[in-house]
Design a protein around this ligand. Structure first.
Ligand SMILES: NC(=O)c1ccc[n+]([C@@H]2O[C@H](COP(=O)([O-])OP(=O)(O)OC[C@H]3O[C@@H](n4cnc5c(N)ncnc54)[C@H](OP(=O)(O)O)[C@@H]3O)[C@@H](O)[C@H]2O)c1
Length: 245
């Protein structure tokens, strides 16, 4: 297959679905991964109705068996992976983004958040890396958040200063560290690895209070997924701007 192949986690809704739509419109073949089979198949039907070349893959990023199956499936069907969008993520500690949860947070919430947003993402990426190495221009896009920025969190004048969801923010800070480390490890290859802040976006996670609409929110991921050989790696990006780590 001459088309680029992209795997997008959590592609059934929100930013993941929109990223599938926008990348699909650019002629990329979409493997739309979702943990729920019914929701995933419905999403793929919608993508196909929009003229997108897409297929469903069941992938709960927290399940090692699903990660192994994803590797085998892509290996056997395509032998390579051009784009990995690590989009699946959770925020389970509070409905209120403007609070500080660092005192008394249940350990199970911290562990669950770190599992899905960090450990599972690292495991999936590491498992799929041999397939991404087979691509002529592998791109790994990690959905981080401005809330992972330590520089901004330590500055009382920063607009995100009050938003201290300890588990979520820490998981994104760890993801940022992974982005820098993996990018450095792959510096002598064609693979580029970047972290994205999509904006504060009107999704189930972002809520209706968010100022940004979903199509705008997917733009940064799409741009980095399609970046050319002169594109950046090891950066933290929102639209065309770098975000401080
Ligand atoms: N929206 C924002 O303002 C914003 C801002 C900064 C960063 N982000 C990041 O952007 C990414 C997408 O967020 P969103 O706003 O689109 O959120 P969303 O609408 O809540 O969608 C999250 C997606 O992740 C999936 N997911 C969660 N746990 C999973 C697992 N274990 N395995 C596979 N899929 C799983 C969900 O699947 P189900 O439908 O099955 O639950 C859903 O498809 C997240 O990483 C988020 O942290 C969002």
């Amino acid at each position: 297959m001459s088309k680029k192949i992209a795997l997008i986690t959590g592609a059934n809704k929100g930013l993941g679905f929109e990223t599938a739509l926008q990348l699909g419109r650019e002629g990329v073949h979409i493997i739309a991964a979702a943990r729920d089979k019914t929701k995933g198949i419905e999403a793929v039907e919608k993508l196909k109705e929009a003229g997108i070349d897409a297929e469903f893959l069941q992938l709960d990023v927290d399940k090692d068996t699903d990660i192994r199956f994803a590797y085998e499936y892509i290996l056997n069907k395509y032998g390579k992976l051009d784009i990995l969008i690590n989009n699946a993520g959770i925020q389970i500690e509070s409905d209120n983004w403007g609070v500080n949860t660092s005192i008394g947070l249940e350990e199970s919430i911290l562990r669950k958040t770190m599992d899905t947003n960090f450990f599972s993402l690292v495991k999936l990426t590491d498992t799929l890396l041999p397939l991404i190495r087979k691509s002529e221009a592998g791109r790994i896009v990690n959905l981080s958040s401005i809330l992972g920025s330590l520089q901004l969190h330590s500055n009382p004048a920063s607009p995100i200063y009050a938003s201290k969801l300890f588990a979520y923010n820490t998981s994104k800070t760890a993801l940022n560290a992974y982005t820098i480390h993996l990018s450095a490890a792959l510096a002598n290859t064609a693979i580029k690895v970047n972290a994205v802040h999509p904006g504060w976006v009107k999704t189930d996670m972002g809520t209706d209070a968010a100022p940004m609409h979903i199509p705008e929110g997917a733009k940064t991921s799409v741009a980095l997924a399609l970046a050319g050989a002169d594109g950046v790696s090891g950066k933290f990006i929102h639209l065309d701007q770098e975000i401080p780590w």
